[in-house]
Design a protein around this ligand. Structure first.
Ligand code: FDA
Length: 497
């Protein structure tokens, strides 16, 4: 329900007094829908019945963000923050329940500033990871950063959830490489790492977006890559032994040398093995012959290029796409999707893999992506950051696509397949990745205008396992009135728990 003290008109008036009016788009503005939709990825959350914000504020300065928080606090209107808008449940710009709220859209705050001698960078939350990668590597092909694959993802939400990608076996998650951050808290204060303290700095590095404040920028440690890296894409059909090879991959993928990441996309009756190797073709062929001969990889499979080109190649599936395409923020609203996730702790048997492949004869538009852990990511202690899935073999992401009214069939298939997989994946709790947000695993319960710890535990322990309670303690310390909240924000731990 609408918070009883909310004063939307006074909130908008307050914004107008403190923020240049051209940066505040209210529902009556002719540009409102265009600004709102600008980074929406899924047409599921841009319909006539979607609960939309009162306004979208597009700050060009930290002081505008602070002013928006202060106006929201005084007038009882919550804020949701959007960086790249890629949240799988749209929580950065829509509410699943009736609610009066404003959106702070950080797309204008997107500077990336690289310090070559320190090999660090400050990156604003509104930058995309494509912009980050391009700016780091355009003048220095041996500098890089480990984060996700899709170049239009926003840094703000992505880092808030940890950020897994093709170099995590070598360098860990994005948040394993964050050195400092600037955040506006629920009192409107602008704090750096020293100002926020180590507990809050711990929580924002993977505890999920939208809970602790608005992170404006991040200082990151850049990493070294060779001038030339090598990639391959090798597809194996079920008739070519895909079930055997995926079964074997479960042991090999997480234990290969850290320089080599092989992820797997299973769709239809085929498994596609996609690799990034931080080294040369000849050394990759030797490693593959030694450790994973079942894939029958040869030098003809090698695609050698710079690391930045490899980022573009894996994003656009085309070697001819120029690296400048990584700077495009254009997204399309044509396809509906629903995503879920799991972690696998012990390898699934070959017989079960045959059953898994048979699920893909029922739905041509479903797929799973397997992202191997092990290596550096597996060597980091479980409580070093909120991301608790360090000792898992690999992450499974389920994706189903549909157009028009195909949603019911697609979602039924996905739900049934996810139920089937329950026997073979991590248990007690069944783990899930917060950046692959899924409201089906649980939503906050609000009692006396505060989200409850016990309600949050249902989904929170799946995302954060034993780190959930510490996140809830940090929340109680930094935002005890629960100002920053959504359907899956961290609830404040009641005193005495
Ligand atoms: P968005 O702006 O929607 O924010 C997501 C959440 O974080 C919301 O709750 C929001 O309120 C909050 N938030 C946003 N900015 C914040 C800020 N500055 N301070 C505090 N909270 C903030 N993940 C991955 O790890 N590896 C991958 O390879 C991919 N690949 C991928 C591809 C595609 C096509 C999609 C749609 C998604 C992914 N993801 C992913 C998942 C991605 O990491 C996840 O959706 C991120 O939260 C997106 O961050 P955005 O800033 O774009 O989202």
């Amino acid at each position: 329900s609408v918070p009883s003290l909310a004063s939307p008109d006074d909130f908008l008036q307050c914004l107008r007094e403190k923020i240049p009016s051209e940066l505040v788009y209210t529902q009556s503005s002719s540009s409102f829908a265009g600004v709102l939709v600008s980074s929406i990825r899924s047409p599921r959350f841009f319909t006539n019945t979607t609960v939309r914000p009162l306004c979208v504020v597009t700050p060009t300065d930290a002081s505008h963000v602070q002013a928006a928080v202060l106006c929201g606090r005084t007038q009882g209107v919550r804020l949701r923050v959007r960086s790249g808008g890629h949240d799988y449940e749209g929580l950065s710009y829509r509410s699943a329940r009736p609610e009066v709220f404003g959106v702070v859209d950080l797309a204008n705050l997107r500077a990336v500033s690289v310090n070559q001698s320190e090999t660090t960078a400050w990156v604003d939350s509104g930058a995309t990871i494509g912009e980050l990668y391009y700016t780091i590597a355009k003048d220095n092909s041996q500098l890089a950063f480990p984060a996700g694959l899709c170049p239009t993802i926003g840094v703000g939400g992505h880092f808030s959830g940890g950020a897994i990608g093709m170099m995590m076996r070598k360098y860990g998650l994005a948040v394993d490489n964050v050195l400092d951050a600037k955040l506006v808290n629920a009192n409107g204060d602008l704090l750096d790492r020293a100002g926020m303290g180590e507990d809050l700095f711990w929580a924002i590095r993977g505890g999920g977006g939208g809970s602790f404040g608005i992170v404006l920028s991040w200082k990151v440690q850049l990493v070294q890559v060779p001038p030339t890296v090598t990639m391959f894409n090798i597809a194996k059909t079920i008739d070519q032994g895909a079930a055997d090879i995926v079964t074997r991959w479960q042991d090999v993928g997480p234990s290969l040398p850290n320089d080599l990441t092989i992820r797997v996309i299973v769709q239809g009756q085929q498994a596609l093995f996609q690799a990034l190797y931080l080294g040369t073709c000849s050394s990759l062929v030797a490693t593959m012959g030694d450790q994973f001969p079942e894939l029958t990889m040869t030098s003809a499979d090698c695609q050698s290029m710079t690391w930045l080109q490899s980022v573009a190649f894996i994003s656009f599936w085309n070697r001819d796409t120029p690296v400048e395409a990584l700077l495009s923020r254009t997204t399309s609203l044509s396809t509906y999707t629903k995503n879920k996730s799991d972690y696998v702790q012990s390898a699934i048997s070959k017989g079960v893999w045959k059953d898994i492949f048979s699920w893909f004869t029922m739905n041509g538009a479903g797929l799973i992506i397997l992202e191997p852990h092990g290596g550096f990511i597996g060597s980091v202690p479980t409580d070093a950051t909120p991301y608790p899935h360090r000792s898992m073999l690999y992450n499974v992401q389920y994706i189903v696509f549909w157009q028009g009214d195909g949603g019911a069939a697609a979602n039924t298939w996905l739900g049934n397949f996810y139920d089937f997989m329950g026997q073979y994946v991590s248990k007690n709790p069944r783990q899930a990745y917060v950046n692959y947000r899924d409201l089906d695993i649980g939503q906050n319960v609000v009692v006396d205008d505060v989200t409850t710890f016990d309600g949050g535990k249902v989904w929170g322990e799946q995302y954060f396992a034993s780190n959930f309670q510490r996140l809830a303690s940090v929340k109680a310390a930094v935002d005890p009135t629960n100002y920053f909240r959504n359907e899956q924000s961290i609830p404040p731990l009641a005193q005495g728990r």
